[in-house]
Design a protein around this ligand. Structure first.
Ligand code: SF4
Length: 220
């Protein structure tokens, strides 16, 4: 059951929740496991959710007529339309979320450095791209922390990820309260953190808060 007092993170299901990798494996990830107590997870396996079986033949990203396709070399099937439709639906129905932990190097979930082959044959060459499902996450939530499990083993990246998840979660709480007093409190509690990330945005927020503070005082 979802608890409102915890942030919500969308996580690739193969990271400790289900044996849904193409080879029937699951990956146990210590950080994802540790975080279970502190966040609500929404698990997702785009490949299984579009109807692919486990185990299954590997799929890959290929470039065909300048379009990125999700291709299964063994059968020659293309699953781009299914993945596009699924991703659209998933993000349309997704409620409040504060971050993503996705499986790296996957043609569906990888957020960076996913191999995009320049044709159906591997020998043609490849370049770096983003998994199809992950590209929807990035497009829909450009302001949220979206990380791969591998990058989160780096403690600096992990720290930034957690800061962003929790600050965004707290800000959404303020937004829901619809209270300028809560916004002022949020601003003063997090002033130095905001300063460390973006001085000009902190200044901008300070102006908003100061104007409203004056309005509150005038109404008293
Ligand atoms: S990487 Fe994504 S699509 Fe692949 S098994 Fe894991 S959750 Fe499913």
């Amino acid at each position: 059951m979802k608890e409102d007092k915890k942030p919500t993170i969308v996580v690739s299901r193969c990271l400790g929740f289900c044996n849904c990798r193409y080879n029937g494996d699951m990956i146990s990830d210590k950080f994802v496991e540790k975080l279970k107590k502190y966040v609500n997870y929404i698990t997702v396996c785009p490949e299984v959710d579009i109807g692919l079986e486990t185990p299954r033949k590997p799929i890959r990203l290929i470039l065909e007529k300048e379009k990125i396709e999700l291709y299964e070399p063994h059968s020659g099937n293309v699953y781009t339309r299914e993945m596009d439709e699924y991703s659209n639906e998933f993000f349309k129905s997704l409620e409040e979320v504060h971050g993503f932990i996705l499986k790296g190097r996957s043609p569906s979930c990888g957020t960076k450095n996913v191999k995009l082959y320049l044709g159906k044959e591997k020998t043609i060459g490849s370049k770096k791209s983003i998994g199809l499902f992950a590209s929807y996450a990035i497009k829909n939530y450009p302001y949220l922390p979206i990380e791969e499990e591998g990058r989160l083993t780096n403690h600096a990246i992990r720290e930034h990820f957690l800061i962003k998840v929790y600050i965004f979660f707290k800000f959404k709480e303020v937004e829901k309260s619809n209270s300028i007093k809560e916004l002022i409190k949020f601003h003063s509690n997090n002033k130095y953190l905001l300063m460390a990330y973006n001085r000009s945005q902190l200044k901008h927020l300070g102006q908003i808060v100061a104007n409203d503070e004056k309005n509150i005082l005038m109404k008293l």
